[in-house]
Design a protein around this ligand. Sequence first.
Ligand code: ZN
Length: 318
Amino acid sequence: MGDPIVCFSKNGVNFMKILFRHFLKLFIFMPCLMMLAGTLASDENHFRVESLPGVVKQGEVYLIRVLGPASVKPIYAEFRGARFPLDLSEPKGAHEGLIGIDMDTPPSTYEMKIAKKDQGRDVPLVQLSLKVEKTDFGKQILTLPSAMVDLDRKTLERVHQEEKRLNGLFHGFREERLWRGAFILPVEGELSGAFGFRRIINGQPRSPHTGIDLRAKEGTPVVASNSGIVVLVEAFFFSGKSVIIDHGQGFYSMYFHLSETLAEEGKKVEKGSLLGRVGSTGRATGPHLHWGIRMNGARVDPLSLLKIRTHPENLFQQ
Ligand SMILES: [Zn+2]
């Protein structure tokens, strides 16, 4: 998988400024969000897509809102072979869900399908085209001690095993939606590493940064960004002491480089539950939290998930 995980803790920028900038962007694009992109599929099933921008960007999360008969369910959005469930939002009768665009989705125009499950069959309701635009993630040049980069055979084997385990986890799918309402920031900290950097370490191109780094003092509490089940508590070579939560419907959040873990595998956690404390375990150059999000395997920017709570008519607002 080549997951993240060089993290660093310098050159911090004010997190609130970043969030504010995202909010402004959303405000500007709101009229676009409200433009309808769907077409009717049949006389019986009058579905239309009410909110999904016609143009989306690599590594972002978007809200889909589909209007149609409440009696037709379950429905889902299918994008590039991955299914994103849409839940019925009472009392308005809208079906809502989130879709994640993986950071490496090639920029192009794709067909997206809204469909229902009917006696084991997939029945298309709405087809729309979705244009994915390139995100300029930027580049990061790092110099690290060679022992952290040039790994011996035994360590490489360990790293491969850990990647395999993580990949297996992220492609699991729990039908039940365990998360409720807006996602929250898991730690009070400054953004010290943005999502998606293409990294050059000691002159070699390496895997991109698939989460965000939040710099905070060693020992600062780290909490669950939303409700779910703890599916991993482990010390890994790159990510150090790590916790991963399964939020259901293919949605995972990860919390890396902790100084201590205070969560238990298999246990349910609520939004805001204490998971551990900020540290610099694994490959890290200072205390910070690496926070990552996966949606059906798609690597997405956690900040784009946070901004969804600003949508005024949002099921996930509660
Ligand atoms: Zn990181």
